[in-house]
Design a protein around this ligand. Structure first.
Ligand SMILES: NC(=O)c1ccc[n+]([C@@H]2O[C@H](COP(=O)([O-])OP(=O)(O)OC[C@H]3O[C@@H](n4cnc5c(N)ncnc54)[C@H](OP(=O)(O)O)[C@@H]3O)[C@@H](O)[C@H]2O)c1
Length: 261
């Protein structure tokens, strides 16, 4: 028998795909969503046939664009909120560049996906979790949740929202049987990173999606409110927390202005 059902957004690649594999391996049925239907189909086939994981799970696919109201409506029509035991809000985008360089369409769609879709999904699913007295919610934030990031200002601000919401809800939900967890990865080797042109990151500083997903699953099961995968990322966040904000901000600004030849 399945251990429960998990809804995972942004499961067509990167951390979301790794989370889907992780939950399937642990015996969860899945609802996976993203825009690229063929990638979701390939993943569903691999998981349902037990193929590479040896699991035996049921997978429902919902292909839609969560940055639009119609896409969100489509997802909410396709699911039964009361059947969901775990909600993983992972879908997210990042666009590099200074604020005036970014076009407002990109900014608006980032805010719709990283903030509005995540908030709406929690709002739609949380009441039935509270009614059941059980449920777990994971929101994928970032180490960027903890500090401003000049040249990725809107992304960092969106991730600060995700962390703040998760922490507030964790207190509001005390005693309800429902937990909220913010998974705060550092630099992780995924498509999102590839799309940030100019990001020259030495491989040893990067986590893999699988490592991040494993830590996320563990934190969710332990009902931890915040999990920062990797010792180096934890150290960086702790260091920044104990510095004056002007220094952290200024170092971020310097890093943003430094362009390697
Ligand atoms: N990689 C990093 O270094 C890093 C660090 C910290 C936090 N994170 C966070 O981790 C999460 C996953 O990112 P990732 O690194 O795994 O990147 P990724 O491989 O690009 O995955 C992003 C996922 O979101 C989905 N998505 C994007 N736009 C969407 C839309 N409009 N509607 C529905 N789904 C959409 C993508 O699927 P489709 O394109 O098929 O729609 C994809 O499945 C994000 O929230 C990101 O902010 C990443």
């Amino acid at each position: 028998m399945a251990r429960g059902k998990a809804l995972i957004t942004g499961a067509s690649s990167g951390i979301g795909e790794a989370l889907a594999r992780q939950f399937a391996e642990k015996g969860f049925d899945l609802i996976i969503t993203a825009r690229r239907e063929s990638r979701l189909q390939d993943l569903a086939e691999a998981l349902e046939n037990g193929g590479d994981l040896g699991g035996d799970v049921k997978v429902q696919i919902v292909a839609c664009d969560l940055s639009t109201t119609t896409g969100m409506d489509y997802l909410l029509d396709a699911i039964d909120p009361s059947s969901i035991d775990v909600l993983v809000n992972n879908a997210g985008v990042a666009y590099p560049g200074t604020f005036p360089e970014q076009n407002f369409e990109d900014i608006a769609s980032l805010l719709s996906l990283n903030i509005t879709a995540l908030t709406r999904l929690i709002h739609a699913i949380l009441p039935s979790m509270i009614e059941k007295g059980a449920g777990r919610i994971m929101n994928v934030a970032s180490v960027a949740s903890f500090q401003p990031v000049p040249s990725m200002s809107v992304y960092a601000a969106s991730k600060a929202f995700v962390l703040s919401l998760t922490e507030s809800l964790s207190e509001e939900l005390k005693g309800s049987g429902v937990s909220t967890t913010a998974l705060c990865p550092g630099i992780t080797k995924t498509d999102l990173l590839e799309n940030l042109q100019g990001a020259q990151i030495p491989p040893f500083m990067m986590s893999t999606s699988k490592e991040v997903a494993r830590e996320g699953y563990e934190a969710l099961m332990n009902k931890e409110v915040i999990r920062i995968p990797g010792i180096a990322n934890q150290a960086a966040v702790t260091w920044a927390k104990h510095q004056p904000r002007w220094l952290v901000r200024g170092l971020g600004g310097l890093a943003a202005r430094f362009k390697p030849n």
